[in-house]
Design a protein around this ligand. Structure first.
Ligand code: MN
Ligand code: MN
Length: 293
């Protein structure tokens, strides 16, 4: 719709220019790049690159329960009180001007009888309510942004990890989107025990929420387009990082780059399983060395 409008507008400007512009004037750019990019960007399936742990929406599998929302998809672990991983598509089609809602809330879509982590479960723990899918990646509407504040999207994250290292990487991801890319991001955590601003802890909320030891992320970077899984080649940039959930970590996310293979070995998942095996074997064995800002 934007594009059609731009074309009509461009034609009108061109027509009026032919009639009235002097020889030395330059006609205005018909289609600004930003508008073209917004018109082409789509909201794609969050599991386009695969379902790393084969999660299903069967409550018997309480350790690997698929929660599928329009804003992201995840595998949730009832007894850890956290997601195992959250996967989401990021393109400019997800980005708007909705402000951060800060409306942390329990996720009432969990199966009946399951403990629902609340907005106050982390209070006084020395750990942040760390988003997996960031608030700033879902600014298209109040509903989209509010979904990121559901407690199923949170992990107890060391404040310096959340607010510095992680925030820097999240900002860089949106820089890549602004440059004309779409991303598939899978964020997860594993292990038990981290060090927040009050020191080491293994659980909080009377044992109902596990503090993870490691927090990881895998990012697939593609120029805007369609048929995304099939477009991943051995040359596609895939960024993998794995950080300790420790307040003493470095602020530079690039220092924590690793391979997808190493994360798969640590978690038992098959990440990017929708990509051909021959391409996975190359991109998953490589450590990214691209720019970090
Ligand atoms: Mn796409
Ligand atoms: Mn894989």
């Amino acid at each position: 719709m934007y594009r059609t409008f731009s074309r009509v507008l461009g034609l009108a400007l061109l027509t009026s220019c032919v009639v009235s512009c002097s020889k030395n004037e330059v006609a205005p750019s018909v289609t600004p790049a930003a508008v073209t990019q917004s018109a082409d960007a789509t909201r794609d399936n969050h599991l386009t690159m695969g379902n790393p742990s084969g999660a299903t929406a069967n409550s018997a599998n309480y350790w690997n329960y698929l929660v599928s929302k329009s804003q992201f998809a995840m595998s949730y672990h009832r007894d850890r009180g956290t997601p195992n991983w959250v996967s989401w598509h990021l393109s400019s089609a997800w980005l708007g001007s909705t402000p951060r809602q800060d409306n942390f809330a329990p996720d009432n879509t969990l199966p009946t009888g399951w403990y629902r982590v609340s907005s106050t479960s982390y209070t006084g723990s020395g750990f942040d309510r760390g988003h997996n899918c960031p608030s700033a990646d879902r600014t298209g509407s109040v509903a989209d942004n509010s979904a990121t504040f559901l407690m199923t999207n949170m992990i107890p994250q060391a404040p310096n990890n959340n607010q510095r290292t992680w925030a820097n990487l999240e900002n860089y991801c949106r820089t890549l989107v602004n440059a004309g890319n779409e991303l598939y991001i899978i964020c997860g955590s594993y292990g038990k025990g981290g060090t927040g601003s009050n020191g080491y802890a293994t659980t909080l909320d009377a044992g109902r929420v596990t503090v993870p030891a490691q927090v990881w992320k895998v990012i697939v970077v593609l120029p805007e387009g369609t048929s995304d899984a099939a477009r991943v080649t051995t040359g596609t940039r895939v960024i993998a990082i794995n950080t300790p959930n420790d307040n003493g970590l470095l602020t530079t996310w690039g220092s924590y780059r690793t391979t997808v293979d190493a994360i798969e070995a640590a978690t038992g998942y098959d990440i990017l399983s929708a990509v051909s095996a021959s391409v996975q074997s190359v991109v998953e064995a490589r450590v990214d060395n691209g720019p970090t800002s």
